[in-house]
Ligand binder design. Structure first.
Ligand SMILES: NC(=O)c1ccc[n+]([C@@H]2O[C@H](COP(=O)([O-])OP(=O)(O)OC[C@H]3O[C@@H](n4cnc5c(N)ncnc54)[C@H](O)[C@@H]3O)[C@@H](O)[C@H]2O)c1
Length: 321
């Protein structure tokens, strides 16, 4: 049976490498009982090393009451790992055939209705749920590394996934301390990886063409826009580039640049629908904050990030970094 998200206690993690192990650490720190399974002979030692290495960071964050590394069990078989599961997180290697077979085996071994999520970085669930007898409970729960520190998880179902399984998973991840984006359609790479990938491909083009060095590319982000993105997304950040006129002025001012060869990625037509969608989207994201308030928030955020990473200029605010 599918428990209510807040009463979910037994988590099963299938695949215990970088991401599976990170999920194990996260769920342990949130006070869950975790059972893991991984076919590699050295998997248990690797997993316990990863959890031990993560624990000081998790201790700093303040683990949930009762959280303990002793609540981790490593099961000898996939079937035993799944038998008592209230939720399953699959984090096996990114190979389509392997995921198809494994999800079908997990489905066969897991109590009826229990939701099974895959950590896949890019496969649509529609392509992975083909072999399972109960595809309605299979969905994607895509994390970011390390899952015990980066809050985001992107949740999306496949063509055969039940809507209530997607709703359940979104609520469960929220209760389990994640920051959830629930997508209403499949999109290769989901949202965040598409954005990362656009930046990554442009970086590779620049290196391949000798236009910039690896260091220049990395510095351009860590000394530039990356400082803002930790606390304000790229759309709201650009709205502030429009001054008091916000996103509308930004688009009037820089809209024509979309025709300039500033990236190899082709720009969409900036028609009325897109223009209005961006302006309205920024108003929603601002959530009642004025441009002046957002500017003050951004400025404080940049100072906080610079201070936290020891990069405030010498002598400022008494800092000696
Ligand atoms: N590494 C990342 O930054 C990242 C981020 C988000 C999502 N993901 C996704 O998470 C998943 C796992 O990636 P990873 O980086 O942890 O890989 P990894 O190689 O570190 O770990 C994979 C683990 O799966 C185990 N394994 C092998 N065959 C298996 C099977 N049949 N059943 C169960 N486990 C099996 C391996 O022994 C290994 O411990 C992939 O789908 C990947 O796309 C990775």
């Amino acid at each position: 049976m599918r428990p209510t998200p807040s009463l979910t206690r037994n988590i099963t993690c299938v695949g215990a490498g970088v991401i599976g192990g990170g999920w194990v650490a996260h769920f342990l720190a949130r006070g869950y009982d975790v059972t893991a399974w991984d076919p590699a002979p050295d998997a248990e030692q690797r997993l316990r090393r990863l959890v031990d290495a993560a624990w000081p960071a998790l201790t700093q964050l303040g683990p949930a009451e009762g959280a303990s590394r002793d609540r981790l069990t490593v099961a000898p078989t996939l079937e035993e790992a799944c038998a008592q599961a209230h939720f399953v997180q699959e984090s096996a290697p990114e190979k389509l055939d392997l995921k198809r077979d494994l999800l079908a085996r997990i489905d066969a071994a897991t109590p009826a209705d229990v939701v099974v999520a895959s950590s896949t970085s890019g496969y649509p669930m529609t392509d992975m749920q083909t072999e399972a007898a109960n595809p309605g409970r299979l969905l994607v729960g895509h994390p970011f590394n390390p899952p015990y520190l980066i809050p985001l998880v992107e949740v999306v179902g496949g063509e055969k996934t039940d809507d209530d399984a997607v709703a359940w998973a979104s609520e469960f991840y929220d209760v389990a301390g994640k920051s959830v984006i629930t997508m209403d359609r499949e999109l290769p790479g989901f949202i965040a990886n598409r954005l990362q990938e656009a930046l990554w491909r442009e970086a590779l083009h620049m290196v391949a063409n000798g236009e910039a060095t690896v260091k220049e590319i990395d510095d351009s982000i860590t000394e530039g826009p990356g400082l803002r993105w930790a606390f304000m997304g790229p759309c709201l950040t650009f709205a502030l580039a429009g001054g008091e006129g916000g996103m509308a002025h930004m688009l009037d001012h820089f809209g024509p640049s979309l025709k300039s060869p500033w990236t190899r990625l082709e720009a969409p037509e900036l028609d009325r629908k897109l223009y209005d969608g961006m302006v309205q989207g920024c108003e929603e994201a601002a959530d009642g904050r004025t441009i002046a308030e957002l500017v003050a928030e951004r400025d404080q955020g940049v100072i906080d990030v610079l201070r936290a990473t020891g990069r405030l200029p010498r002598g400022r605010n008494g800092e000696t970094a």
